[in-house]
Design a binder for this molecule. Structure first.
Ligand SMILES: [Fe+2]
Length: 146
């Protein structure tokens, strides 16, 4: 039985276009693992996807950190640490992949939930809340100015 992909939910959206698009792309890379079928080159194929995931995750985190800086997100240092911790765990996973597809696909699910989905839901959502609160503050300022 083929393993099911990880599904994107609207609950994961931050409403920040660039970051949402990057998160979605991370899901797409993870899901390449579920499109694999056993063959002679499976080790190479697994390696390529996992490296793509690791590289893109780093790129995305750098981008997200630049965004947090730009908007003056107050919990940026804590968030940087979350990113560093995720990269450390992901790098370990990428360096020691299981080449038995069913095992790798199961482990990938656990990693995706822990390092990608939970980070979006619990940590990245704070950025969304901050952005929305800032917008409300701006509106209040306008009202006061009037
Ligand atoms: Fe993040």
């Amino acid at each position: 039985m083929p393993f099911r992909k990880i599904a994107w939910e609207s609950d994961y959206e931050l409403g920040i276009e660039r970051i949402d698009a990057q998160h979605l792309h991370l899901f797409e890379i993870v899901n390449k693992i579920y499109a694999l079928t056993d063959n002679d080159k499976i080790k190479e194929e697994i390696k390529t996807i996992l490296h793509e995931l690791n590289d893109y995750m780093r790129e995305h985190f750098e981008d997200e950190e630049r965004y947090m800086e730009k908007i003056g997100f107050p919990e940026i240092e804590e968030h940087r640490l979350f990113h560093a911790n995720i990269i450390e765990q992901l790098t370990h996973f990428v360096k020691t992949p299981n080449h038995r597809l069913d095992i790798l696909q199961t482990k990938m699910k656990i990693i995706a939930k822990k390092l990608l989905i939970d980070h979006i839901i619990y940590d990245d959502m704070k950025i969304k809340v901050f952005v929305e609160a800032s917008l409300i503050d701006e509106q209040d300022d306008e009202i006061i100015e009037l």
